[in-house]
Design a protein around this ligand. Structure first.
Ligand SMILES: *[C@@H]1O[C@H](CO)[C@@H](O)[C@H](O)[C@H]1NC(C)=O
Ligand SMILES: *[C@@H]1O[C@H](CO)[C@@H](O)[C@H](O)[C@H]1NC(C)=O
Ligand SMILES: *[C@@H]1O[C@H](CO)[C@@H](O)[C@H](O)[C@H]1NC(C)=O
Ligand SMILES: *[C@@H]1O[C@H](CO)[C@@H](O)[C@H](O)[C@H]1NC(C)=O
Ligand SMILES: *[C@@H]1O[C@H](CO)[C@@H](O)[C@H](O)[C@H]1NC(C)=O
Ligand SMILES: *[C@@H]1O[C@H](CO)[C@@H](O)[C@H](O)[C@H]1NC(C)=O
Ligand SMILES: *[C@@H]1O[C@H](CO)[C@@H](O)[C@H](O)[C@H]1NC(C)=O
Ligand SMILES: *[C@@H]1O[C@H](CO)[C@@H](O)[C@H](O)[C@H]1NC(C)=O
Ligand SMILES: *[C@@H]1O[C@H](CO)[C@@H](O)[C@H](O)[C@H]1NC(C)=O
Ligand SMILES: *[C@@H]1O[C@H](CO)[C@@H](O)[C@H](O)[C@H]1NC(C)=O
Ligand SMILES: *[C@@H]1O[C@H](CO)[C@@H](O)[C@H](O)[C@H]1NC(C)=O
Ligand SMILES: *[C@@H]1O[C@H](CO)[C@@H](O)[C@H](O)[C@H]1NC(C)=O
Length: 273
């Protein structure tokens, strides 16, 4: 077990070293809370626990939840924060730490990528995998059908995505009236379901058409909630992380040790196989 504590121990050793040589440095070091869990501004998105920055060179350990790494890299001269969900990139637009809501846009259809005729094509669904994310209640689901022989009256044609004059593309909102529709008569090659903010697709003064392009560009919202493995660490006012080389959970405490709230909680790192 002591092997897992090595990064924390070396920080302690440095503390002790400096406190002997330069005693006046110690209070400053002690005051810096969660030394391994820095906050970082990526464009106008603040990356803070349980999110973490994934594009630094210090990737042997991270403070935050698995899968919550945000890549803050420069794309075409612009700083663009992205997060991966099941290997697919999403543009991070906002993170609200008060309400635990993160707003994302599928990178393929975001306005970062310029597509001819302003005609984005959704290529994949949104797979949250086992991450502790949930779709928020503000979303609606859209179903895209490609290369069909036609489309039912409740669907909206997307002429710019037709693959030929007889292979049509369309989109519809998934609701109780449409979700069980049998599409087999239209012999589509592909169906992709994605999620957008409900309010973003409403066309004023119409209950038929939907503005799916502006919906795609505004993206969708996810809620996150505490990871069970991290509960004990967080209850003792620590912050959860992981050693990426050994996959072991770590608990970072405000005093730089790995024993948060001394006396009430004795945290040892646990191996997740
Ligand atoms: C550190 O904490 C001590 C005691 O709580 C306080 O007196 C001091 O001003 C703090 N220093 C900084 C840099 O915050
Ligand atoms: C991030 O930006 C906010 C708002 O502009 C600011 O209050 C905060 O200090 C910044 N944080 C860092 C780590 O730069
Ligand atoms: C971050 O994004 C950049 C640009 O897309 C990419 O080159 C880099 O590999 C990414 N890094 C990580 C850790 O995902
Ligand atoms: C963690 O390790 C895996 C496999 O070694 C690597 O693919 C991944 O990029 C690492 N993640 C970070 C944040 O360093
Ligand atoms: C995100 O996915 C890309 C492409 O699959 C990969 O290169 C990158 O390392 C991933 N980044 C993280 C933080 O997992
Ligand atoms: C979160 O709450 C704090 C304190 O109540 C407030 O100052 C801040 O503006 C809120 N942030 C957001 C994004 O709502
Ligand atoms: C960067 O800009 C070029 C030229 O505008 C464009 O062709 C390319 O798709 C852009 N790359 C990304 C990743 O958006
Ligand atoms: C996430 O959503 C699923 C399905 O709606 C629900 O069963 C689950 O309780 C939610 N989890 C949390 C933590 O809200
Ligand atoms: C949209 O689809 C997701 C994933 O299948 C589901 O969890 C969610 O409840 C759906 N949302 C609505 C509003 O139907
Ligand atoms: C859809 O209709 C086709 C042809 O009428 C039928 O073979 C198929 O079983 C139906 N599918 C479902 C899920 O009802
Ligand atoms: C749709 O049709 C186009 C053109 O005929 C073809 O290139 C594409 O592979 C088809 N898509 C699928 C999913 O079959
Ligand atoms: C932490 O708990 C373990 C097992 O309960 C015990 O062996 C160890 O002595 C405790 N450490 C401290 C510092 O209390």
């Amino acid at each position: 077990m002591s092997r897992n504590l090595r990064p924390v121990s070396s920080v302690l050793l440095i503390f002790i070293f400096f406190s002997v040589i330069f005693p006046e440095v110690l209070p400053q070091l002690i005051n810096s809370s969660y030394p391994n869990c820095p906050s970082y501004n990526c464009s106008d998105v603040t990356i803070d626990y349980p999110f973490w920055r994934s594009d630094t060179e210090f990737t042997s350990q991270f403070c935050g939840y698995e899968g919550f790494g945000i890549n803050c890299s420069v794309i075409n001269n612009t700083v663009i924060p992205t997060i991966n969900l099941s290997g697919e990139p999403y543009h991070v637009q906002r993170i609200n730490y008060n309400t635990s809501v993160i707003s994302l846009v599928d990178y393929d259809v975001s306005n970062i990528i310029h597509v001819p005729n302003d005609c984005p094509r959704v290529r994949h669904g949104i797979d949250l995998g086992t991450l502790s994310f949930n779709f928020s209640q503000s979303n609606a689901n859209l179903s895209f059908h490609y290369n069909c022989t036609g489309y039912p009256s409740f669907a909206n044609a997307i002429p710019c995505l037709d693959s030929s004059t007889v292979r049509k593309a369309s989109v519809n909102v998934i609701n109780p009236a449409t979700e069980n529709f049998n599409w087999s008569e239209y012999a589509c090659d592909e169906e992709v379901v994605t999620t957008v903010l409900r309010e973003a697709i409403i066309v004023a003064g119409s209950d038929q058409g939907i503005n799916y392009v502006s919906g795609l560009r505004r993206g969708f919202e996810l809620n996150w909630w505490p990871v069970e493995d991290c509960r004990k660490c967080e209850e003792s006012e620590g912050r959860c992380g992981r050693n990426n080389n050994t996959s072991e959970l770590m608990c970072f405490c405000s005093d730089g040790t790995n024993q948060c709230n001394k006396g009430t909680f004795n945290y040892t790192t646990t191996r997740i196989s």
